[in-house]
Ligand binder design. Structure first.
Ligand code: COA
Length: 259
């Protein structure tokens, strides 16, 4: 599979998707969004892929947001059409495989929202994050007003979204927006290491874990606990569970087939 705006590498159970428009700070043009959805569909269908890493090309940006040049050319009706259908943020969030964001530089607007849709966020020490849409007299439209407060709390989310201020990786870590800060040169290796430590597990378990933890943000506790119990029984019914338990008792490494 080849793309104009992305690089897709698949090895060792890890798919790395690199948004590759460094000259435009990896801004999310319509083409990038379309190709991202296609790449995510491909890695979903590929049973050799157990974990996805999302990152940006170059040293400056993860993703510097929506393509502002495209905004300038669109009517409101065209903008509505662009925001309808399958949206990349939702495709990432609902992908039945864990997705790690390796934030290698600016993650602004839709870039921050893309990271928010991921399951784990690693940031290079020099990365800067923010929701600067207010500077353009708009608001986050890729889930930022919903996912950011769930992650960092109402007041902190409001401060970021109302001021449009950018924060560095250390501050993003302090408020819980990123999970780990890594020295710039070590980000890709650390993302791969973390992805690898996830990829060795059963894909059945990984899928059900993501489904259950994601449900926590949407469900009342009692419904979430009931769902967790059902998903536990689903995992318990898998061949991988039988293999995992047997391998433990036989003191050997399990061989998970994803069934
Ligand atoms: N949409 C479209 N093009 C963008 C872009 C975006 N979101 N972000 C950067 N670019 C383009 C610039 O227009 C410039 O293009 P040009 O070389 O053809 O003039 C190129 O990328 C480099 O940008 P530049 O501003 O020169 O790089 P920088 O390293 O000095 O600054 C940013 C990087 C990310 C701080 C700055 O580009 C920026 O503030 N971008 C907009 C961020 C934003 O508001 N995002 C939310 C959108 S809702």
């Amino acid at each position: 599979m080849s793309f104009e705006t992305l690089l897709l590498d698949r090895s060792d159970g890890i798919a790395t998707i690199t948004i590759n428009r460094p000259e435009k700070r990896n801004a999310l043009s319509a083409a990038v969004r379309r190709e991202l959805v296609a790449a995510l569909d491909a890695v979903e269908a590929d049973t050799s892929v157990r974990v996805v890493v999302l990152t940006g090309a170059g040293e400056k940006a993860f993703v510097a947001g929506a393509d502002i040049a495209e905004f300038a050319e669109r009517t409101p009706i065209e903008q509505r059409e662009a925001m309808e259908g399958r949206r990349v943020f939702d495709v990432v969030a609902s992908l039945p495989k864990p997705v790690l964001a390796a934030i290698n530089g600016f993650a602004l607007g839709g870039g921050c929202e893309l990271a928010l849709a991921c399951d784990i966020r690693l940031a290079a020490r020099s990365a800067r994050l923010g929701q600067p849409e207010v500077n353009l007299a708009i608001l986050p439209g890729g889930g930022g007003t919903q996912r950011l407060p769930r992650l960092v709390g109402h007041g902190t989310a409001m401060r970021l979204i109302l001021t449009g201020e950018l924060i560095d990786a250390a501050e993003a870590h302090r408020i819980g927006l990123v999970d780990e800060v890594v020295d710039d040169g070590a980000l890709a290796a650390r993302a791969r290491e973390l992805a690898g430590s996830i990829a060795r597990h059963s894909p059945v378990a990984l899928k059900l874990i993501k489904q259950s933890v994601r449900a926590a943000a949407e469900m009342p506790l009692s419904a979430g606990l009931a769902l967790e119990r059902e998903l536990f029984i689903t995992a318990f019914s898998s061949e991988d569970r039988v293999e995992g338990v047997r391998a433990f008792l036989e003191k050997r490494t399990p061989n998970f087939e994803g069934r």
